[in-house]
Design a binder for this molecule. Structure first.
Ligand SMILES: CC(C)(COP(=O)(O)OP(=O)(O)OC[C@H]1O[C@@H](n2cnc3c(N)ncnc32)[C@H](O)[C@@H]1OP(=O)(O)O)[C@@H](O)C(=O)NCCC(=O)NCCS
Length: 265
């Protein structure tokens, strides 16, 4: 596999960079006037993508998520948010355009219901996922399709009342891993195993695919009981992480006063 882009610190480095990980939660359903203002921060490509949605609610959420992404990355890079530009890897993973920032942060975005999640780290390959918790009619059949044998065994060991959360825990953790790598579905989903205990620690238990090799760090959290969220980082040592709520462009956040370079000792 060709990685989407060489990470700031290659995964094979003998002494990987230590980083903090910030997981930004973005509430997407904002009032009309705010959405209109945020739309003015997007470039033509982002607006065109928003306008491709059939439903107005999805169009608005896309605008808010991408305006928030610009604002968040602007805080780490010091680049005005309108001046940020994006490129994408062969399978579509977005990254900051080459040459914009001497030390570009690694990031990834996911949407789930009324929330978006943006993971940011100083180094490594970041992948995130967030899913709205809702009933899945044919859970067992879906689990057989997308979970590895080891994950299916873990799911089967849960009591019936925990299976939906177990499945969503596995789903978000697996998707965070494939998004960190940047390959999407090119990576067979049975080529790696995650820990899926919904109340336990997230962990990549085994990686059998050559393109998935490297040092991995994973975390899972519940933004509220209605959601499952996960973050995976490959190729950096994550020495601390925190959830941050995005309050609007330039608005204070709980990371204000924290070293926005994210690099830790
Ligand atoms: C994009 C992809 C990686 C995830 O898509 P998704 O679940 O529909 O969407 P998410 O909300 O999680 O993420 C979408 C964002 O990921 C980013 N993205 C796009 N392609 C990406 C890629 N190859 N790698 C990482 N991130 C990617 C983009 O920022 C995108 O946001 P945008 O559409 O607003 O520009 C999808 O193409 C894919 O291949 N997913 C594999 C998913 C899967 O089968 N999971 C099952 C786990 S059990």
């Amino acid at each position: 596999m060709t990685p989407d882009r060489a990470p700031a610190t290659p995964s094979s480095s003998a002494s990987p960079v230590h980083t903090q990980l910030h997981a930004w939660l973005v509430a997407l359903d904002l009032p009309d006037d705010q959405v209109a203002g945020l739309a003015g921060l997007l470039d033509a490509t982002e607006l065109a993508a928003a306008n491709r949605f059939a439903f107005e609610a999805d169009r608005r959420r896309h605008i808010v998520a991408h305006a928030a992404l610009r604002d968040i990355l602007s805080r780490y890079t010091g680049i005005p948010l309108e001046a940020l530009a994006f490129e994408s890897g062969p399978q579509g993973k977005p990254f900051l355009a080459e040459g914009l920032s001497p030390v570009p942060p690694s990031f990834n975005l996911a949407h789930g219901g009324e929330l978006a999640l943006v993971g940011v780290a100083a180094a490594g390959d970041v992948g995130v996922d967030i899913e709205l918790r809702r009933p899945i009619p044919d859970l067992d059949a879906l689990a057989r399709r997308v979970l590895s044998a080891a994950e299916q065994d873990q799911l089967a060991s849960l009591c019936a009342g925990d299976r939906l959360d177990g499945f969503l825990a596995a789903w978000t953790r697996k998707e965070a891993v494939v998004k960190a790598i940047g390959v999407g579905l090119q990576l067979p989903l049975d080529a790696f195993d995650v820990r899926l205990d919904p109340s336990g620690a997230a962990e990549l238990l085994a990686m059998r695919a050559p393109e998935g090799q490297g040092r991995w760090w994973c975390v899972a959290f519940r933004p509220d009981r209605g959601y499952h969220a996960a973050v995976a980082v490959r190729g950096a040592v994550v020495s601390g992480w925190r959830v941050v709520r995005w309050e609007g462009p330039g608005k204070p956040s709980s990371v204000d006063g924290v070293d926005m370079t994210l690099a830790a000792g």
